[in-house]
Design a protein around this ligand. Structure first.
Ligand SMILES: Cc1cc2nc3c(=O)[nH]c(=O)nc-3n(C[C@H](O)[C@H](O)[C@H](O)COP(=O)(O)OP(=O)(O)OC[C@H]3O[C@@H](n4cnc5c(N)ncnc54)[C@H](O)[C@@H]3O)c2cc1C
Length: 309
């Protein structure tokens, strides 16, 4: 199928893009990498009368580090492949690069953007999962309004966010736990004593995940878990952050029994339903297994591996 006719606007600056959106919303859509929007247009599942193309807008493609807040900062138009290859990202948060490796195929990541994936809000997608795991937040701009939302408020339901029709997601920030210093040799941030795990299952390489689990653990010198974060993709209409399971882990040494208990609590926090890809029962079983594997992977990662620099 071909898309329905639309007017195409190619602004050169953010101000121009915001003005175009204000004028044309709610019938306008922003075009970023096009990897989700173009198929939707071709199937006529969305029929905007105007497309505002962000690809010529300058200043939205940088990756930087905010030392005050220990945050990785992405402009909305950073390509997923550039983030995956970035020495800054790989050094500060190898988990991030590992998760991005699972986004579709390289050709998709070459075009797909950080902002586009977050705005598209597929609950099986890796970037929304990372935003939930890493206490991330997004900056939403429109003419006369500038606001920040965390993952919990930004993701509303399947493919639905709190973005208003005249807003552009311009920046996304992900907090890297305990990235307290910079290595002298590379200048990139250095997470200390944090370990990560990432597990995902899809039926074919490059497909969206049936489920994915990401975790970050801090284990002290005595072998006790001091901090834990666990998030799930494919566990409901939005990415799931499993706070009760995280609390269960804190104060105890890693063990098979503890991780099984945490997995049970993560599954209980998910709202899965039967769909064409898997039954709810299958997904629950899968998520439980992935949680235990991701936690074990995190334990197996020494802090030297976590630093990756
Ligand atoms: C075969 C295939 C497999 C894929 N597999 C995966 C996968 O495994 N995991 C995964 O996460 N993704 C997957 N994707 C989707 C891919 O990651 C897309 O890149 C992503 O979903 C959308 O990013 P985009 O930059 O292409 O956005 P677009 O397609 O351009 O836009 C997507 C939506 O977000 C809106 N939007 C985009 N940018 C902004 C912004 N800055 N502000 C406001 N609104 C905005 C658009 O209006 C549109 O509604 C796959 C895609 C394909 C085609």
């Amino acid at each position: 199928m071909k898309p329905p006719p639309f007017k195409y606007i190619a602004p050169r600056s953010l101000d121009e893009a915001l003005a175009a959106l204000r004028e044309c919303s709610p019938d306008a859509k922003v075009l970023a990498g096009g990897q989700s929007l173009v198929p939707l247009l071709n199937f006529r599942l969305v029929q905007p009368s105007v497309l505002v193309d962000l690809n010529g807008v300058s200043g939205l493609d940088s990756i930087t580090w905010d030392p005050e807040r220990s945050e990785l900062v992405f402009g909305a138009m950073v390509r997923q492949a550039d983030a995956e290859r970035s020495p800054l990202v790989r050094g500060a948060c190898p988990l991030f690069a590992e998760a991005l490796r699972h986004v579709g195929h390289r050709a998709i990541r070459n075009r797909g953007t950080i902002g586009g994936s977050l705005a598209h809000a597929d609950p099986s997608a890796e970037l929304p999962l990372l935003l939930a795991l890493l206490d991330g937040r997004v900056r939403l701009l429109s003419v006369g309004r500038d606001r920040w939302l965390g993952a919990r408020d930004f993701f509303v339901s399947y493919l639905t966010t709190a973005l208003r029709p005249d807003e552009i997601l311009v920046e996304a920030r992900f907090r890297v736990p305990c990235a307290t210093g910079r290595t002298a040799s590379t200048g990139v941030p250095r997470p200390e004593a944090y370990r990560w795990g990432f597990m995902e299952f899809s039926r074919r390489a490059g497909d969206f995940a049936l489920a994915a689990v990401a975790t970050v653990l801090r284990i002290d010198r005595a072998g006790m878990i001091q901090d834990a974060a666990i998030a799930v993709a494919g566990g409901g209409p939005t990415p799931v952050r499993a706070s009760r399971a995280e609390q269960t882990l804190v104060g105890y040494p890693p063990s098979t029994h503890l991780f099984a208990e945490a997995a049970h609590l993560v599954v209980a926090a998910c709202e899965v339903e039967d769909d064409i890809h898997a039954s709810a029962e299958y997904r629950r079983e899968l998520i439980g297994v992935l949680v235990e594997r991701a936690l074990n992977q995190a334990v197996a990662h020494g802090s030297a591996d976590v630093c990756g620099v």
